[in-house]
Design a protein around this ligand. Structure first.
Ligand code: NAI
Length: 409
């Protein structure tokens, strides 16, 4: 006899747009979910119609999800953004509908770290300029201006996921590692934290930036900071374009104060691959310019497919919202022998009182209850006795504050 279940897995309908990686399909197939895939993004009206019977939607960066495209998505449980950014999605509209959005912020951490390490050596050896010259038919065999990186100092600004990986790789090359972060962080390996950004800038041969985009990091590296860097030192930025004042950087490179730079992100980036790239950094010596590809590797694509599909599956199976970008976070281990009721409600006073009255009127026992809220919604997860769970779910779903309620067993 098969166990009773709240919802047969093969009835979970998943729509994956924009050629999402095979690793995601494998995760969903392994769960027994039903997947439909399409290669391209869908315009608003087509998406709205397609979402009517869909439980999970997976997109990448080209699908715009608007309030109107979600209007008829009555069954939609969650959205997976199989990429890093989520600004293509109206996160507020999804939140108000009780739909969490998951993305993959850390799947490409290692890809960025490896590229930065490569750039450290490329800059120290002027490899990019040497290669361009040979491509142009000029043979300039010389050692001047080329250095080993062993024994040199790497300053890492922003010692989070990527920064700390860069530090580990740099130490393996025999570099000394200095860090600066606004949080106090655990020093990995022999890295040493600097109390101030300027202390780090004055000591490092290479400065690499791994901070998020915040009001405080806008032009974090401007003319003053560039002047504080050691003569002949190098700057690497694969974080966000606005972190560096690009005009000031161009001036510091032209004057010869800096020995070179590797820049992957820019204050203004072309919309698409056919648009021109304009920058005062173009054509400068020992400057490596890359089109925001720090995280773009085949491994990262595969990891993104897996990471988002696992998060979506976990949400379907247990209600866990850890990592959702627009939703209160709850991750509760399931309790054997109980049924789980999951309720998203408008965050107004008295909801918990109403829910608990329902439970107590039914003389039911709550084995676990967790509530997390944001400014708009509350997310309540309750593990209950099996015999009353369906009735609790029915009555909670009928509350005037209810946005969405489901039951899991
Ligand atoms: P993270 O959140 O793990 O680490 C960021 C660190 O910066 C944190 O430790 C934080 O405390 C620190 N920080 C924040 N403000 C600071 C300040 N004013 N001064 C010093 N430290 C500060 O982020 P993660 O995953 O390491 O990513 C870092 C950056 O890399 C982000 O901006 C992200 O958007 C970018 N990125 C770029 C990619 C590319 O393709 N080039 C790909 C992936 C991420």
């Amino acid at each position: 006899m098969t166990a009773r279940t709240s919802f047969p897995k093969q009835d979970i309908e998943i729509l994956l747009l924009e050629n999402i990686h095979a690793t995601a399909h494998e995760v969903f197939r392994g769960e027994g979910f039903h997947v439909t895939a399409a290669p391209a993004a869908m315009p608003e009206a087509e998406l709205a119609a397609a979402l009517r019977d869909v439980h999970l939607l997976g997109i990448r960066s080209k699908t715009r999800i608007t309030e109107r495209s979600l209007a008829e998505a009555r069954r939609l449980l969650a959205i997976g953004a199989f990429c890093i950014g989520t600004n293509q999605i109206d996160l507020g509209a999804a939140n108000r509908k009780g739909v969490p959005v998951f993305n993959a912020p850390f799947s490409n951490t290692r890809s960025v770290a490896e590229m930065v390490l490569a750039e450290v050596i490329v800059l120290a050896r002027k490899l990019f300029d040497r290669s361009s010259a040979v491509h142009a038919g000029r043979w300039r065999k010389a050692a001047d201006g080329s250095y080993e990186v062993r024994g040199k100092t790497l300053g890492i600004v922003g010692y989070g996921h990527i920064g700390s990986q860069v530090g580990v790789l740099a130490e393996a090359l025999g570099m000394r590692v200095l860090t600066h972060d606004i949080r106090s962080t655990l020093a990995i390996g022999s890295s040493r934290p600097c109390a101030t950004l300027h202390e780090l800038l004055g000591l490092a041969d290479f400065v690499t930036l791994h901070v998020p985009e915040t009001p405080q990091t806008t032009n974090l590296i401007g003319a003053l900071e560039l002047a504080a860097m050691r003569p002949g030192s190098y700057l690497i930025n694969a974080s966000r374009g606005h972190v560096v004042d690009i005009e000031a950087l161009a001036a510091a490179l032209r004057s010869g104060h800096l020995g070179g730079a590797a820049i992957d992100v820019f204050p203004v980036e072309p919309e698409g691959n056919s648009d021109a790239f304009l920058s005062p950094l173009r054509g400068l010596d020992n400057v490596v310019l890359t089109p925001h590809v720090g995280g773009s590797t085949m491994e990262a694509q595969a990891a993104i497919g897996r990471e988002v599909a696992v998060a979506l599956t976990k949400f379907v199976n247990t209600g866990a919202t850890t990592g959702a970008v627009n939703f209160p976070q709850i991750e509760a281990p399931p309790i054997a022998g109980t049924h789980r009721v999951l309720n998203v409600h408008r965050n107004v006073p008295g909801v918990l009182r109403d829910v608990n009255r329902i439970v107590s009127d039914l003389n039911a026992n709550i084995h676990a209850q967790m509530l997390a809220t944001d400014a708009t919604i509350g997310y309540l997860v309750m593990d209950l006795d099996q015999d009353v769970s369906d009735e609790v779910k029915r009555r909670v779903a009928a509350l005037e504050t209810n946005i969405r309620t489901r039951i899991l067993y």
